[in-house]
Design a protein around this ligand. Structure first.
Ligand code: BGC
Length: 255
C-alpha cells in the first residue's frame, strides 16, 4: 500500500488503459479522481470498484483539451481531498489517417486531446504541487509511437512525439520542486482504441506475430508499471520513457 493517502487524477480514466490505472493505483491505497467525457455509467461502475478496495473516489466530467476544464478538474480534486500528488495524462485518441488524407479538424482534435491536454494538465497540476511544497509525480502515457513511426496514423505519432519532449523538458523545469515526470510507452494493448484490429482475425495474427512476446498487453500490465512509477520505488526516475511493449519496438526481421 505504498500510495496510501496519495491523491491521483487519471485523465480518460473510465476506459481502456486509464481504467486499468485507476484500479491499480487504488489497489495501492491512492484516492482517485476519474476524469472522463463520455459514458458516465462506466465511471460509476469503476467508482464502485475503487470504493470496494477501500479508497475514496470522485468522477469529474472534464474535457481536458480545454484549459478551463483542466482548472476545474484540479480544483475539484483539491476541494474533495485537500491535495494532489499524482497526475496521469492518459486521455488519447487516434484517427488512423495519413499525411495525404488527414483533415484540419482531425489534426486539431488529436493534437488537442493527446498533447495540448497533457501540456496544460502538467502546467496546472505542477502549480498546485508547487503550492503544496511536497513534490509530486506526473506520468504521461505515450506510446511506442513517441519514437517509432506508424504510417497511416500520423497525427497520433505527432502527438506522442510531442509528449516525449513534454516529458523530458517539463521534467527538467520541475526537478527543483521534486516533481518527477516520466513517460510510459505502451505497445499494442487490448483496449477500445484497437477494436478494429481486435475484430479482424488476420490483422490480429499479423500483430501477434510481430510482437516478440507474441500477444497484445492487457491494460493492467501497463497499469502495474504506472503504479510503480507513481511510488517510492521510482524516486530517482525522471525525464525519460519506460516502454512496456512486449519487445515490439525492437522486433527485427532477422535478415
Ligand atoms: C496505437 C495502436 C497500435 C499500437 C502498436 C498504439 O499506441 O494506439 O493503434 O496498434 O500502438 O503499434
Amino acid at each position: 500500500m505504498d500510495l496510501k493517502g496519495k491523491v491521483a487524477i487519471v485523465t480518460g480514466g473510465n476506459t481502456g488503459i486509464g481504467a486499468g490505472i485507476v484500479l491499480e493505483l487504488a489497489k495501492r491505497g491512492a484516492n482517485i479522481v476519474i476524469d472522463y467525457v463520455v459514458n458516465p455509467q462506466a465511471t460509476e461502475e469503476l467508482e464502485k470498484k475503487v470504493k470496494a478496495l477501500g479508497d475514496q473516489v470522485i468522477g469529474v466530467d472534464a474535457d481536458v483539451s480545454k484549459v478551463s476544464d483542466w482548472q476545474a478538474l484540479v480544483d475539484a480534486a483539491v476541494k474533495q481531498f485537500g491535495h494532489l500528488d499524482i497526475l496521469v495524462n492518459n486521455a488519447g485518441i487516434e484517427t488512423r489517417t495519413s499525411i495525404l488524407d488527414t483533415t484540419e479538424a482531425q489534426y486539431e482534435r488529436v493534437l488537442a486531446i493527446n498533447l495540448k491536454s497533457a501540456f496544460f494538465g502538467t502546467q496546472i497540476a505542477a502549480k498546485q504541487m508547487i503550492k503544496q511544497g511536497k513534490g509530486g509525480r506526473i506520468i504521461n502515457i505515450t506510446s511506442v509511437h513517441e519514437d517509432w513511426p506508424m504510417p497511416n496514423n500520423i497525427p497520433y505519432c505527432l502527438s506522442k512525439g510531442g509528449m516525449r519532449m513534454l516529458t523530458r523538458t517539463s521534467a527538467l523545469e520541475l526537478a527543483k520542486y521534486d516533481i518527477l515526470v516520466t513517460g510510459i510507452g505502451p505497445g499494442a494493448v487490448a483496449t477500445p482504441i484497437n477494436r478494429a484490429t481486435m475484430e479482424n482475425a488476420t490483422l490480429m495474427k499479423e500483430l501477434d506475430t510481430t510482437i516478440p512476446l507474441g500477444r497484445m498487453a492487457q491494460p493492467e500490465e501497463i497499469a502495474r508499471v504506472v503504479a510503480f512509477i507513481a511510488g517510492e520505488g521510482a524516486s530517482y526516475m525522471t525525464a525519460s520513457t519506460v516502454f512496456v511493449d512486449g519487445g515490439l519496438m525492437h522486433q527485427s526481421p532477422g535478415l
